[in-house]
Design a protein around this ligand. Structure first.
Ligand SMILES: [Zn+2]
Length: 312
């Protein structure tokens, strides 16, 4: 089920249905307690009950029916657009040519969404940090013997990332999905970083990452295609040569981290949001070795401007 549809349904239930139900409950109590006016055959009580019934009927017809109709339409439409995006993803997953087109497309999206978010950048310069969201979709790779991590083994890194992003940038990290993939190929299990990661992405590892992002983080395939509110897909791998994680920044939507604890999660997600290394302070999140937790003001402005970080 599409997350966006579920969120809409929940919003209607909390903001519309719940207050109406509370009002009905109070009115029922009021009607019961009301003293009967005998001179008009209890007309005041009757009016009170009629008013309650009217609201209940309107609630059912307008709120419940509309809620379900729009919910079903939402599900059908999101399925179709996600399916189409997955199909386009097949083209973008073709080694070299497809991957190069994907890089160019992602760079165009980066520029477009930065321009759209210009007001947010100005607000950031003025020190305004309204709450924003960032979604993560975790795909854990497996070799023949074992999975590289479990949801439990990643929990500490996820909690740490949540705290850092909330405290430093007022960004709420939401885990949209965690799934373990079976029998992953060696070229995706053992990856490289920097120039090696570019090579991996251009070749069959890139194909694997792109297709699995679309199939297993299917709900967000369309959002990833248009770039807005696109989750960062986190692949938990066996080895990142010489490092504990890697990201190609704005060129792709995924990062790789080593299992089982994914220690570099917060740092790599920072790269995915276009932050580069900051060598001057070991406590900084973007210090080359992972473990830092701080962000400079210019860093959280860049982070919050990312197409992955949105108000929705
Ligand atoms: Zn780094």
């Amino acid at each position: 089920m599409a997350q966006v549809c579920k969120e809409y349904k929940k919003l209607v239930e909390e903001k519309v249905e719940k207050p109406i139900d509370e009002w009905v409950e109070k009115t029922v109590q009021r009607c019961k307690q009301r003293k009967c006016k005998w001179w008009c055959a209890c007309c005041n009580k009757w009016f009170c009950w009629l008013e309650t019934i009217f609201v209940l009927v309107v609630r059912w017809v307008v709120v419940t029916v509309l809620k379900w109709v729009t919910y079903v339409i939402c599900e059908v439409v999101t399925f179709i657009v996600n399916f189409l995006a997955t199909f386009i993803g097949l083209i973008l997953s073709i080694p070299i040519l497809g991957r190069l087109i994907n890089w160019i497309w992602k760079l165009i999206l980066e520029i477009v969404w930065t321009i759209v978010g210009i007001l947010d950048i100005i607000a950031g310069i003025l020190g305004i940090k309204l709450p924003k969201k960032l979604r993560l979709c975790f795909l854990i790779l497996s070799d023949k013997e074992r999975a590289m991590a479990t949801a439990e083994s990643l929990q500490k890194s996820i909690e740490s990332a949540k705290q850092i992003y909330k405290k430093e940038a007022n960004v709420k990290i939401k885990v949209s999905h965690i799934e373990t993939l079976k029998d992953s190929p060696d070229n995706a299990l053992d990856t490289h970083c920097d120039a090696g990661a570019l090579g991996d992405d251009l070749w069959t590892a890139g194909t694997y990452f792109e297709n699995n992002s679309n199939v297993h983080c299917f709900d967000s395939a369309f959002l990833r295609l248009i770039g807005y509110a696109a989750p960062v897909v986190v692949f938990v791998v066996r080895d990142v040569e010489g490092k504990q994680g890697c990201s190609l920044g704005p060129l792709v939507d995924y990062v790789t981290i080593e299992g089982p604890d994914g220690f570099c999660l917060a740092h790599e997600v920072g790269h995915a949001c276009s932050l580069w290394h900051y060598d001057d302070d070991p406590d900084n999140l973007m210090f080359p070795s992972c473990g830092g937790t701080k962000l400079k003001k210019w860093q959280w402005i860049i982070l919050r401007r990312s197409r992955h970080v949105t108000y929705l």
